[in-house]
Design a protein around this ligand. Sequence first.
Ligand SMILES: *[C@@H]1O[C@H](CO)[C@@H](O)[C@H](O)[C@H]1NC(C)=O
Ligand SMILES: *[C@@H]1O[C@H](CO)[C@@H](O)[C@H](O)[C@H]1NC(C)=O
Ligand SMILES: *[C@@H]1O[C@H](CO)[C@@H](O)[C@H](O)[C@H]1NC(C)=O
Ligand SMILES: *[C@@H]1O[C@H](CO)[C@@H](O)[C@H](O)[C@H]1NC(C)=O
Ligand SMILES: *[C@@H]1O[C@H](CO)[C@@H](O)[C@H](O)[C@H]1NC(C)=O
Ligand SMILES: *[C@@H]1O[C@H](CO)[C@@H](O)[C@H](O)[C@H]1NC(C)=O
Ligand SMILES: *[C@@H]1O[C@H](CO)[C@@H](O)[C@H](O)[C@H]1NC(C)=O
Ligand SMILES: *[C@@H]1O[C@H](CO)[C@@H](O)[C@H](O)[C@H]1NC(C)=O
Ligand SMILES: *[C@@H]1O[C@H](CO)[C@@H](O)[C@H](O)[C@H]1NC(C)=O
Length: 449
Amino acid sequence: MNSFYILHLAIIISSCRVVAEDKLIFLQAVWRHGDRSPTDTFPTDPNKETAWHQGWGQLSALGMKQHVRLGQILRQRYIVNNPGNLNLSPSYTNYEIYVRSSDVNRTLISAMSNMIGFYGAANVTAGLDFPDMPEWPGKFVPIAVHTVDFPYDHIGNTDSICPRRDQIWELVKQTSEWQNLTQENQPMFDALSPITGWNVTLDNLGDIFGAMYIESLYNLTNNPIYHELSKYYDQINKTNDQRESYYVGLDLKPYKGVDFSIELPTLRGGSLLWAIIGNMRGKYDCYTKKVTNPNVCQYWMDPFKYYVWSFHDTTLSSLFTTLGFKRSNYNEDGYPQYSSCATFELWVKDDNSSYIRVYYLPLTNTSDHLIEEVTPEITGCENGCTLDQFEQRSQPFKPNGDGNTAALCNTNLFNDTSSPTSPSKAASSLSSNQFLISIGLLVYVFKNL
Ligand SMILES: *[C@@H]1O[C@H](CO)[C@@H](O)[C@H](O)[C@H]1NC(C)=O
Ligand SMILES: *[C@@H]1O[C@H](CO)[C@@H](O)[C@H](O)[C@H]1NC(C)=O
Ligand SMILES: *[C@@H]1O[C@H](CO)[C@@H](O)[C@H](O)[C@H]1NC(C)=O
Ligand SMILES: *[C@@H]1O[C@H](CO)[C@@H](O)[C@H](O)[C@H]1NC(C)=O
Ligand SMILES: *[C@@H]1O[C@H](CO)[C@@H](O)[C@H](O)[C@H]1NC(C)=O
Ligand SMILES: *[C@@H]1O[C@H](CO)[C@@H](O)[C@H](O)[C@H]1NC(C)=O
Ligand SMILES: *[C@@H]1O[C@H](CO)[C@@H](O)[C@H](O)[C@H]1NC(C)=O
Ligand SMILES: *[C@@H]1O[C@H](CO)[C@@H](O)[C@H](O)[C@H]1NC(C)=O
Ligand SMILES: *[C@@H]1O[C@H](CO)[C@@H](O)[C@H](O)[C@H]1NC(C)=O
């Protein structure tokens, strides 16, 4: 009886011990900006740019609120609950967090809004965390948001300058899938053209649907043009969803030897996937002392805990296809909703072996998010993934095989093409490891200025 009891106690203690000692050492979040105005509209739309506060494509007050809410959820999950003793500071501590946004107003301001929710006003001191002056708004603590030039941002912009991707997209338009979808919907396009004042094709259907969707959210639909268009709402939605699947390389058979299900995810999402992996690798190698360069470890990775990527629906969707998700919004058609977010967690066990966990936090209603673990849905991670295994299963989506996206973009699809671009190793582009080391050096240099 006694030994039975002790045995049970031992089992309970040892199983608790394993779980209790797993450490969450690094967190990353990738999200879409919040609610926004349309990015443009068709010529006959009575809702012109002036209908929108701040004009086209700007984050709305609701969009800011969605990100404050998301920030609060992330705070609850990662600071208050403190899984795996991540021990993120409850208030802004600059060497623990790095926020990168695409160079677009709505993603930059979404990141700022999210940080208001994430850090709140907890434990901040006037005169220390912010100036002690009546003009300052409340206990607001500004947090640095970094960005790079949008046309060259292969990580945050799925339409960055990339000749190879342009060649592939031209091929997509020759596929029987694209041609059939066009043919099936030609009667609708023909009906929509005179209403919208545009030559409607699959290419501009998304702009029409985007304007209609947002106008319906904002009750700007009480006009004859909208009433005419709304008869086609469901078909426009469905057809546009299919176009969005093609955009990220889903539902297309290989054509002329090109496997779109590898090429498009790699060229739209591979740089982000491998930047996420590069951060985890850098953290892990410093943690296990495989790397000891002080510029990388002591002055960058060791105290570093949270990397944020503030991007777009297309960025999140492209990342999802590199993870092997079958639909453009994880398990649904269409792109991810405003302020939807994926988190990547890097864990270590007490023998210092690693594993990753990935969660999806889609927006469910105006400003609430669900949290679901999606790790087993990642191809190759059905039974979990160590960092090594995650790198292995991600190899097919590594741009150029070495992470050099600029070089891949300048590699012609076909050898015999007369396209003016020539394959070249761009000296300015870096592999993810070089990238990491150069950021480490940069931080080191900045800290020493
Ligand atoms: C961002 O805002 C500036 C004005 O502050 C405006 O000129 C610019 O067009 C906007 N850009 C985007 C991409 O929203
Ligand atoms: C604020 O700081 C105090 C003392 O450092 C600590 O006890 C408390 O838990 C902190 N509050 C929050 C909300 O982090
Ligand atoms: C496209 O339509 C043609 C003719 O109807 C059909 O043979 C072909 O299988 C279709 N292709 C796809 C990908 O649906
Ligand atoms: C509309 O666009 C299609 C596809 O680009 C083109 O073939 C067609 O000629 C255009 N029609 C008009 C009226 O401009
Ligand atoms: C639009 O109308 C609905 C229903 O009347 C209302 O709940 C919603 O707040 C309105 N939205 C805006 C942005 O005015
Ligand atoms: C578009 O259609 C899908 C189903 O195909 C639906 O789930 C979604 O809610 C629709 N989107 C809008 C904005 O109505
Ligand atoms: C795990 O890494 C920590 C931190 O670098 C180190 O102190 C510890 O000795 C390592 N443990 C094992 C079992 O390798
Ligand atoms: C929004 O969804 C969450 C759960 O996803 C639910 O708890 C909440 O009540 C919903 N709010 C509204 C206003 O429907
Ligand atoms: C391009 O050339 C290389 C080597 O000359 C060859 O291996 C490859 O298959 C060619 N690619 C295409 C698409 O023809």
